[in-house]
Write a protein that binds this ligand. Structure first.
Ligand code: OAD
Length: 260
């Protein structure tokens, strides 16, 4: 169903040489990974400060580690959905494309997207807080399973933590720098599946818009940036993004035929 054909959004995407996309938990919702806010969101049952802070990890290592292990297991069993694949295709169709994500699940990369800017880290990676040794998901799993008290220790004795950004921690410097640069130089900025409530990621769409970018939001619900976007698509990213890409490909191939 090509409801978007010749739509303003497709024209903007077609004409743009530089596109930046910010994704949030909603993009992975259709892969079966819970979001943070909303009715079924993780933060409606748990407090971020009890689960997603260094203090919580240090004081309740077993509980916090178990929760991350549980989330890793869900992610490990899940697969990218049509929204992830559509963004990979959009990257292939665009001269200068930046994919910025707040997600830690690595599903964009599993769908084939490259150079993904991960603002909040990657949950499948772990490291020792003492010697900084890195542990892959498999290595960590091995240590975790053989540890009856569920407190994962490195060979040096230090605690092993997930490579995610917790509340109160700095975002990876290089990632946030690249994200700002991408937002500012973008001609079209897509904000997809994020409630846009957590800074500094939530500042990116505003920066893009202030610098002249055409701001499009895809989300079934209103968000903190809905009132400033140029265009809003109220729906699921797994439905809307593939439609964007299909329509875009069709228009591009029609244009090629015309030129010949
Ligand atoms: P949220 O859980 O805050 O928001 C998810 C958004 O996705 C909501 O606006 C939903 O309406 C929308 N949504 C749900 N299903 C969707 C679908 N199928 N397609 C499109 N949109 C859908 O998640 P984030 O905005 O990503 O940070 O949260 C930002 C940060 O807050 C997270 O990275 C995490 C969290 O605390 C840290 O842990 C540091």
């Amino acid at each position: 169903m090509n409801i978007l054909k010749n739509d303003e959004a497709i024209q903007q995407l077609k004409n743009a040489k530089r596109i930046a996309v910010l994704t949030g938990a909603g993009v992975s919702a259709e892969s079966g990974i819970p979001t943070f806010r909303g009715e079924e969101g993780l933060w409606t049952k748990l407090s971020p400060h009890e689960m997603a802070s260094f203090e919580a990890f240090y004081n309740n290592t077993a509980i916090v580690s178990e929760w991350y292990h549980h989330r890793r297991e869900i992610i490990d069993k899940s697969n990218p959905n049509p929204g992830h694949y559509a963004l990979k295709e959009l990257q292939d169709l665009t001269e200068d494309f930046s994919l910025i994500t707040q997600n830690v699940d690595g599903l964009h990369q599993r769908a084939g997207s490259t150079d993904v800017i991960e603002l909040h880290g990657n949950i499948m990676e772990n490291y020792c807080i003492n010697c900084n040794r890195q542990f892959s998901h498999e290595e960590f799993d091995e240590i975790y399973r053989h540890n009856s008290n569920h407190i994962p220790h490195c060979f040096c004795g230090g605690l092993i933590r997930p490579n995610v950004v917790w509340f109160g921690e700095q975002l990876p410097e290089e990632s946030i720098k690249k994200a700002y640069q991408a937002a500012i130089r973008s001609e079209v900025f897509l904000s997809v599946g994020t409630s846009a409530q957590v800074a500094p990621a939530s500042d990116l769409p505003r920066h893009a818009k202030q610098n002249g970018s055409y701001l499009i939001e895809i989300n079934p619900n209103q968000t903190a940036i809905s009132d400033i976007v140029s265009l809003r698509f109220e729906g699921l990213s797994g439905d809307i993004l593939p439609m964007f890409v299909e329509d875009l490909k069709e228009i591009l191939s029609n244009n090629q035929q015309t030129v010949r």
